[in-house]
Write a protein that binds this ligand. Structure first.
Ligand code: ZN
Ligand code: ZN
Length: 425
């Protein structure tokens, strides 16, 4: 009876989600290698735009699989192109490869002891965002796919991307530079997939959201000009500090009164304000800097436009002048809803539908967005927390920890998303 139940469940899965390419033996064989690669990369982390050794290891591996390799893309990026036995579309798979200036506190046999110079300071270096797992997973996917070219109806492009955490000041880098250098061209990419391991999601679980998934990050600088006067005689000057206070207040009403927050979240934060030198002087000017986070292109445009208008008009109302300059840092990580619909059956099949969970949008940012601005893309989150763990530590912290067991589902998901996408009629 038990056996029958299992086979009925299996039949149900096949009917609902289609039959996969049956690569179980390949996945079994690759798991220990993926873990080994991850440990090696974890123990030898490199900062953004300095991923020289990591890139070498990736390129060597891809070449050993007979994959055409291009190195030095966006400084240290590695791109591999694998042609299947049958013609078809082009899928890109992306893994980011950089580490962070964080000193590891975990007691692991493959703990990082690496130090490096960062902005003139000596710092510990750690894969504190889990990009070591992304790299190892994609190396594993490359090997599985290279061994199954007969199942590939098209071409797969492997994008190993440097500097996701942002290039050092004064340097270009990351996804934006890769796109600029033509990584999505010749062969032209039809769709792109990416994942992020998550230290607070249990192993075996995949989380996703269609549409705006991670926010566009923008920074702004507001310069307020008043007129200096004695602190005892405000009527003879124009107070830029008072104007700044009114501006901060006004900006928050763009979120609370003008943004349709049931559509998507949006954030304006003033993070720094600088003005004045002495208790009895009304200063000449004030400067504020901050960040804007949006998950919808319409809302982003509206907020940007209204911030500029409001800053200028509020200052004018109080007799001063002000400007607001806005700079893009990262675009919206926008999961193409059609592509998500199309590929969900694949994720349900590889993870089990109970383990594929909808999630809320994240107001943090990810530069995978620059690929998605060019071609339809799907970026999802992969569980990396040991099930039953009482305490998990967030990304970018010294105690950040990922369970090796989480990577296997990443290999399966990326492999089968690729094969299913390329097989779709
Ligand atoms: Zn990160
Ligand atoms: Zn990350």
């Amino acid at each position: 009876m038990k056996k029958l139940c299992f086979s009925l469940a299996g039949l149900f899965t096949i009917l609902c989600y289609g039959q996969g390419p049956n690569l179980d033996k390949d996945y079994e064989k690759i798991e220990s290698k993926v873990i080994e690669w991850r440990h090696d990369i974890h123990q030898n982390p490199e900062l953004s735009n300095r991923e020289f050794k990591t890139a070498e290891k990736i390129a060597k591996h891809l070449k050993s699989l007979g994959i055409a390799v291009q190195t030095g893309v966006a400084h240290t990026g590695v791109v591999g192109v694998l042609k299947g036995n049958n013609p078809g579309k082009v899928v890109a798979l992306r893994a980011d490869i950089d580490a962070l200036p964080v000193t590891e506190r975990n007691d692991l046999p493959f703990k990082s002891e690496v130090t490096s110079e960062f902005l003139g300071e000596q710092v510990g270096v750690m894969h504190a965002c889990g990009h070591d797992t992304h790299t190892a997973i994609l190396m594993g996917v490359a090997e599985v796919l290279a061994n199954n070219k007969d199942k590939i109806n098209g071409t797969v492009k492997f994008i190993f991307q440097p500097a996701e955490e942002g290039p050092p000041p004064g340097e270009e880098g990351g996804a934006l530079l890769m796109v600029k250098e033509g990584v999505l061209k010749s062969p032209d990419v039809d769709a792109i997939f990416g994942l992020h391991i998550n230290s607070e999601t249990p192993v075996g679980v995949i989380r996703y959201k269609a549409g705006g998934t991670m926010a566009a990050a923008q920074s702004f600088t507001i310069k307020v000009k008043g007129k200096q006067s004695h602190g005892s005689q405000p009527w003879s000057g124009v107070d830029p500090i008072l104007i700044s206070a009114k501006i901060i207040d006004g900006l928050q009403t763009i979120i609370s009164r003008e943004s349709e927050l049931t559509n998507e979240a949006a954030v304006i934060t003033v993070g720094k304000i600088k003005s004045g030198v002495r208790f009895n002087i009304i200063p000449e000017s004030a400067e504020m800097i901050g960040t804007i986070r949006t998950l919808d292109y319409g809302m982003k445009d509206h907020i940007n436009k209204r911030m500029k208008e409001m800053v200028a008009t509020i200052a004018k109302a109080y007799g001063g002048e002000a400007t607001c300059e806005i700079k893009d840092a990262t675009d919206i990580t926008y999961n193409d809803p059609k592509l998500v619909d199309q590929m969900l059956p694949t994720l349900n099949r590889v993870a089990g539908s109970d383990n594929v969970q909808l999630q809320k949008a994240i107001t943090g940012a990810e530069d995978f967005s620059y690929f998605q601005r060019e071609v339809p893309g799907f970026f999802f989150f992969l569980g990396g927390m040991t099930p039953g763990t009482k305490e998990s530590f967030p990304h970018h912290t010294p105690d950040f920890l990922i369970d090796d067991a989480g990577m296997q589902l990443g290999v399966k998901a990326m492999t089968e998303l690729t094969l299913d996408y390329l097989s779709a009629k």
